[in-house]
Design a protein around this ligand. Structure first.
Ligand SMILES: C[S@@+](CC[C@H](N)C(=O)[O-])C[C@H]1O[C@@H](n2cnc3c(N)ncnc32)[C@H](O)[C@@H]1O
Length: 277
């Protein structure tokens, strides 16, 4: 039986499946190229992993880039409506939720999960499953958001929520980010705990250009936990969050009225033990 956390996550992503792609999905795509590079699928390199799994694929942006780089791609997501979008990127898109994937042991040359580890109920069980479906010598590559200080794209809303005195307990807690993926050491330990070797944590950074009012809408239409916290507030508190958000994003706005928000992610890569790649 699924937990309150899992139900909250699934319902939240279902509600946002129509609005995720052009907003928050565009932000997340900044990490996709570097993740594929770490998986060994570089645009300039003719040979790389032949068959790749993208778990928590959302609308399929990562799968589309992987295909453009020449890989065969299977994409999986817990939410059927996301899978329907991802089918535009790859016909091999299926509805499946971590930590139980409907794939044989060692089925994939590389397994990627972009910003999904922060949405699973049991990160260690999820990692064990990702390692299981990776062939010996293949790589698992994950991303998670970097600290707010480096990642103003999310930092502005996190600071606005804190300033308005929002209680994080308004939504289901889920596993602790600090213990699992919010910093290099726990993120590396998560991969190592699944038996992956040569684990490395990289950082990638990019700039997200967006009109400030649009970014507010994109956060509400493309996140589950952040938007859930905003939606759980009374109208007065919501207005306070919005006022703080407008003030905090202002220093990032250029002369053209577009905000240039620093975005940053931690990228974790590990090798499934076995013969060399
Ligand atoms: C932040 S979005 C990331 C989407 C995509 N990877 C990207 O980079 O844009 C998280 C995705 O993970 C999916 N998801 C959440 N829990 C999941 C689980 N247990 N197993 C598989 N997918 C899950 C959600 O439905 C959502 O599409």
């Amino acid at each position: 039986m699924s937990t309150w956390f899992e139900q909250f996550e699934r319902t939240g992503w279902l509600r946002r499946s129509g609005t995720y792609d052009e907003g928050f999905g565009r932000l997340a795509s900044g990490a996709h190229g570097p993740m594929l590079d770490l998986a060994g699928l570089r645009p300039s390199r003719p040979t790389g992993p032949a068959l790749l799994l993208d778990v928590g694929c959302g609308t399929g942006r990562l799968a589309a880039v992987a295909r453009a780089r020449g890989a065969g791609v299977v994409a999986a997501d817990a939410v059927r409506e996301m899978v329907a979008h991802a089918r535009r990127a790859t016909s091999g898109a299926v509805c499946a939720a971590l930590p139980h994937l409907p794939f044989a042991d060692a089925a994939f040359d590389a397994v990627l999960g972009a910003f999904v580890v922060n949405h699973v109920a049991d990160p260690a069980a999820a990692l064990a499953e990702l390692a299981r479906v990776t062939r010996p010598g293949g790589r698992v590559v994950l991303s998670a958001w970097d600290a707010d200080a480096r990642n103003a794209a999310l930092g502005v809303i996190a600071a606005a929520l804190a300033e308005a005195g929002v209680d994080p307990a308004a939504i289901p807690a889920g596993p602790s980010a600090r213990e699992h993926y919010a910093a290099p050491a726990p993120f590396a330990a998560l991969l190592a705990g699944a038996g992956l070797t040569q684990v490395r944590i990289d950082r990638c950074a990019w700039t997200h250009r967006v009109v400030p009012g649009r970014w507010w809408e994109d956060l509400l239409g493309g996140t589950v936990r952040t938007a859930g916290l905003v939606e759980a507030q009374d109208p007065t508190t919501r207005a306070r969050i919005r006022t703080a958000f407008d003030r905090l994003i202002a220093p990032h706005i250029g002369p053209d009225g577009v905000a240039e928000l620093p975005a940053a992610a931690l990228l974790a890569v590990g090798l499934r033990a076995g013969c060399a790649v």
